[in-house]
Each structure stands twice: as structure tokens, then as C-alpha cells.
Design a protein around this ligand. Sequence first.
Ligand code: PEP
Ligand code: MN
Length: 264
Amino acid sequence: MENKKEFRNWLDALELSHPLVIAGPCSAETEEQLLNIAHQLKNTKTSVLRAGIWKPRSRPGNFEGSGAPGLKWLQKAKQETGLLTTTEVANAAHVELALKHDVDILWIGARTTVSPFIVQEIAEAVRGTDKIILVKNPVNPDLALWLGAVERFYAVGISKLGVIHRGFSTYEKTRYRNNPEWQIPIDLQNKFPDLPLILDPSHIAGRRDIIFDLCQTALDLNYDGLMIETHNDPDNAWSDADQQITPASLKKGLHRLKIRKSEG
Ligand code: PEP
Ligand code: MN
């Protein structure tokens, strides 16, 4: 985990460990839950705390996030632990609130990347900031939509841009919740070689037992980072319970990963 290959452009400047580890719950549920997880993550290789504040659920009737109060918890977690923070933004109002609460990295969710108008709205809302933006692939295996979202952020002057591979929907049932079509991010990187590439094994797997196999594949493919859903009580998580792991499992799993390629 320690040896550092070539980290891409702006990521290098942040001097975070390689690979970049982003971890935290699918959703910020309560202040106590988020602070508990954040403090446990301090003992792992995690550099960035993730927590969904607004949760775009495919179907209604599920927990849709704590909303704005959760941003205060995220801010408090950052102050207490020194971790950087990230959350999903799905419209301009989310961006405005996230900026007010000093969130370091904004990510665009898979259900947002499919929508050019909404991506454009978010891009306009971050224009002129120096925020880091991470763009998840769209839910469907459509390279043009993913490229288009990246281009919209570049077009408003965002330079600290990265992408997250979270797998792609299929109608057939497979061993994955979302199929890892490894070739699609490779095709995207052929167009934009400087974009840091992060794997989200949690939403690909949809279960716990193959999270670190996916991470190892990503590191073998020279990915720059990992975003892993981590919860203090995964079985009772309010969203994505089946795929979340404890901070202790995260620590163990990260420790076992091998970086096979040597320094770039
Ligand atoms: C999430 O990160 O919790 C999430 C909703 O992810 P995605 O947009 O990849 O489904
Ligand atoms: Mn999730």
C-alpha cells in the first residue's frame, strides 16, 4: 500500500496516500453514526470521508438521506478527524449547501451522470470554485454520457476532475449488482489520460465478500483510488446494508492489497 506509482496531476499535489482511499457510510444517518465511523476510519489508510446526504433511491419509500443537517455532521467529522470530506450532489441547490459547509470533494452520482441538463446545472454551480469533482459512470454502459459529463466540467474550468467506476446496470442477474465493464473506463482514459480513476467496488459488488477482489483487480489495472462503503453496523445500515463493511474489515482488506506495478 505504501509504494507510490505515478499519481495523476492534481492528486499528486494533495500528497495523500496512494491509492487514495475514500471510505464512509452509504448514507449519513445520524450525527453519532457519522462521527463514530469517522473516528474509526482514522486508524485506517482512509484520506477522505464519504457520506451520502441526499440519496437518490431508484424507488420511493426508502431512506432518502438526512438532507442539509447531515452537512453539519460531515463538517464536524472533518474538524474532529482532519479527514477530507465528500458527498454526492444532484442539483445546484445541493452544490450551494455543500460549498457552504466546506465539503472538499463533490461527486456526481450514476443517476445524475445520465442527465446532461442536470450535469450542466451542477457544472454552472461549481464554475469559479476550485473544488474537486468526481464523476461516477452513468448507470447504463454508455461511454458518451460519461465523457459528456466530464467535458461539461472541463468546459466550466474545473481542473481537479476525476472519475469513479461503479459498474453498469444489466437486466440479467449476474454475480454483481452492477457489472464491472472494465473496458469502458479504459476507453474513457484513452480520451482523458490525466483523469484520476477510482473504483467503487461496493456498488459493483452489492455484497461484502468480493469487495477486495475487485479492489485488487483495479490496482492491477493502475487505478488511482478506491471508494469503499464503510459502516459501524453494516447489517443495520439504512441504505445498501448488504455491501457495507466495518472499519475493521476495511483496515484488514486494505492491508492485504498488493500493488504489483512498480513506481511510474
Ligand atoms: C452511493 O455512492 O451511495 C450511490 C448512490 O452511488 P451510485 O450513484 O453509484 O449508485
Ligand atoms: Mn450506496
